[in-house]
Design a protein around this ligand. Structure first.
Ligand code: PMT
Length: 416
């Protein structure tokens, strides 16, 4: 990352002192920081400390006419690559969700056209309050990246989620967002800025992605080549279309798309549990490459090399998460599976749709000739198999597959 520009809004909470450490980390990472200190924030840190650490003037007031003449609050909100709020108090999150602009910080947040990252910090009950959770959900749907607060003992003596994430974790998140590109919704279809006007607003979309790892012993596991890219692209597209998205993810190295609730799992059995816990959902898109088998015996200690004979591995069948969901009383209204096939792609996928009793199957060819581009790669050539027949989609990026599929989902929900 070369010289990203961060606009850092420091809210009014005891955790504000950690913003100083964040400024230091951004500077150390080669970034430039301009700080905006709210009236509350100034109760905890001084403009002088932030100015000294950032080596930039600190902005505190909307009514600073000198700054308005020289910079202007609109320009200040747009000249950064990323806007970071640290700490994001319950009050700041509520004002953002309501679209209020009664001081410099909230005015900048309303005027910015740049991605916004919020690192919340507040009392545990304030964080868990329905109003805060509603505001956070709304902001996530609107594309704001709201981090989960840390859990632990709080300055007020209570215990639970609400502590500011460590500055190192915030800095890591900043790096991920900057490397992901300036606009978290980039490449997504043009949707109305208001989440409630988007086609999947009010719908819960459940997506599975990535491989599963089936442990053999504490250091070895059975896995496959799925990277999670196709499932993550679908989760991102559904969130951009206004849905509440739960992404149940096997072990991958991808960043969580903005507006998506991610649940990390390792094995197929954990994935089955997480899918069940996420219900009810209006739509489920099961993209994960779930291992069909696991090792029947998990060795509590690392299996040693003994003698000439390698150990034999006995396999047990994993639950079929998709088929179980199809038979569940909580079956989503639209249930979509993916099929990775190496031969007779369409015929096998048509059969899978019937056997698993799902509405749509998205079939893709993962034969050695094609598979490297698909599993782990950036593009996909898919066939959408529905009750009406088979549509052959031209080769395209995984993002494009995701966008087209989400458009089809939105249409199917409207058409009933
Ligand atoms: O992750 P990427 O690198 O982007 O690659 C994307 C992909 C190739 C993994 C993806 O596009 C894909 O094809 N996913 C499905 C892979 C697969 O496991 O197919 P399957 O034919 O074995 O399973 C059919 C369906 O049943 C899938 O929806 C799968 O999630 C589901 N399944 C399978 C086994 C099982 N035990 N439980 C399941 O729910």
């Amino acid at each position: 990352m070369s010289g990203p520009r961060i606009l850092l809004i420091v809210g009014g909470g005891i955790a504000a002192y950690k913003a100083c450490e964040l400024v230091r980390l951004i500077r150390k990472g080669g970034g430039e920081v301009t700080c905006v200190l709210t009236e509350g924030g100034a109760q905890f840190v001084t403009p002088m400390s932030l100015a000294a650490l950032s080596e930039n003037p600190v902005h505190t007031s909307l009514w600073d006419l000198k700054n308005e003449a020289e910079i202007g609050h609109i320009q200040l909100s747009r000249q950064a690559d990323l806007v970071v709020i640290c700490p994001a108090t319950a009050d700041l999150l509520a004002k953002m969700a309501a679209g209020l602009a009664d001081d410099l910080a909230t005015t900048l947040l309303l005027a910015t056209d740049k991605p916004v990252l919020a690192a919340p910090a507040m009392n545990v009950r304030m964080w868990q309050h329905a109003a805060t959770q509603r505001n956070v959900a709304w902001l996530r749907q609107a594309g704001v990246r709201v981090m989960e607060p840390d859990e632990g003992a709080m300055a007020c003596g209570e215990y639970g989620p609400g502590r500011l994430p460590e500055p190192e974790a915030i800095w890591q998140e900043i790096s991920v967002l900057l490397n992901a590109g300036a606009d978290p919704l980039a490449g997504q279809p043009e949707f109305d800025a208001q989440p409630e006007h988007r086609p999947l607003y009010g719908k819960h979309v459940l997506v599975t992605a990535g491989p599963t790892h089936e442990p053999i012993d504490p250091v070895r596991y059975i896995a496959n080549r799925s990277s999670g890219k196709q499932g993550y692209a679908i989760a991102a597209a559904a969130a951009a279309a206004g849905a509440r998205v739960t992404l149940v993810s096997g072990p991958v190295t991808l960043a969580t798309p903005p507006g998506v609730d991610r649940v990390d799992v390792e094995s197929a059995r954990e994935m089955a549990q997480a899918v069940n816990a996420a219900l009810p959902a209006d739509v489920a898109v099961m993209v994960a490459a779930v291992a069909d088998w696991r090792s029947e015996d998990f060795a509590a200690e690392k299996i040693k090399k003994r003698g000439a004979e390698p150990p034999s591995l006995r396999l047990a069948e994993n639950p079929d998460i998709l088929a179980t969901l199809a038979a569940s009383p909580q079956r989503p209204r639209l249930l979509i599976g993916f099929a990775a096939e190496t031969e007779d792609v369409i015929a096998n996928a048509v059969r899978k749709r019937e056997v698993k009793n799902v509405d749509w199957i998205v079939a893709n060819d993962v034969s050695p000739a094609r598979g490297k581009d698909t599993m782990g790669g950036d593009s996909n050539t898919v066939h959408l198999i529905t009750q009406a027949g088979t549509e052959n989609w031209e080769p395209m990026s995984k993002q494009a597959v995701a966008r087209r599929l989400v458009e089809r989902i939105a249409k199917a929900l409207v058409d009933g």
